[in-house]
Design a protein around this ligand. Structure first.
Ligand SMILES: C[C@@H](O)[C@H](N)C(=O)O
Ligand SMILES: C[C@@H](O)[C@H](N)C(=O)O
Lengths: 161, 161
């Protein structure tokens, strides 16, 4: 399947909610997201890597408007677990390369990551699907990131929000 | 935007490639994926959470056919970093709920995660986009996962590969 990169999207209005030391057993992720759903919090990226030592780190992003409610919703559920801490980051930018056929192509990831690295932007989170590679970066670098990503894929102007 | 869950997809032929202690600075992710691209390795999920203490953990999934080449490609680049270890997991199943409008809905994540938890399936990786929530789980539970995910969203038969 051929890769077609269609555009770059930038959202400058998000923060990370990072949960560390979540008990790595069936049910913990479910309860976190049920609490968030009950609190009407809209979640964008969800990134969880494999657990070690019986605990896992789970990070998700929300719009700034939802940050306070997200932290409270997570805080109350992890209290019941007896393990876990939640923290809200400074504002981040979510930068996404959108296309088709990207799933099988390490080359698209390599191109995006290289473009960011060459301008000194550190990648904080990575999440991918067949149609989108998303990274979270420092919001202060959002415009640079959009520019170098567009150049990397020979695209026109980006839509920043 | 209304959520419409269209289906569940299951891939039973993947493994996780987990890189721990990757130097958390611009360029490390780029070099890893450039090496993978050069080795013609197709990558599916990429999950990287925020770094702590100057290092980060990055995990991606590949088809079983690509596992050996993936490990060698990653091994050679992390040698140059002087930090980082790579390991290949046992076979995992990637279970995805596919739909539209899912990005803003913690409820869809909650429903999937709850369905898995209620049958005792542990979630190892999570990666999301507007059209897909994907988790990596033990391959031995793949059929159970497909079944409970279908029930959770009132869907028909799944396509398992
Ligand atoms: C950490 C969390 O994802 C846990 N493994 C669960 O299945 O809920
Ligand atoms: C860990 C890795 O993602 C690093 N932060 C980078 O930007 O390449």
């Amino acid at each position: 399947e051929d890769v077609v990169v269609r555009g770059v999207a930038v959202d400058k209005n998000q923060v990370k909610v990072a949960i560390s030391d979540l008990p790595d057993q069936p049910g913990t992720a479910a309860r976190v997201f049920q609490n968030l759903a009950d609190a009407d919090v809209n979640v964008d990226m969800i990134v969880q890597n494999i657990g070690r030592g019986g605990v896992a780190n789970l990070t998700f992003t929300v719009s700034i408007d939802d940050a306070y409610r997200a932290e409270r919703a997570v805080g109350s559920v992890i209290e019941q677990f007896g393990s876990g801490t939640v923290s809200i980051s400074d504002r981040i930018a979510k930068v996404s390369v959108v296309g088709v056929g990207m799933r099988s192509h390490s080359g698209v990831a390599a191109s995006l990551f290289t473009a960011l690295a060459e301008t000194g932007i550190n990648i904080q989170l990575i999440s991918t699907s067949e149609i989108k590679i998303s990274v979270a970066i420092d919001v202060a670098r959002a415009d640079d990131a959009a520019r170098v990503a567009h150049d990397a894929f020979n695209l026109g102007a980006s839509e920043a929000t």
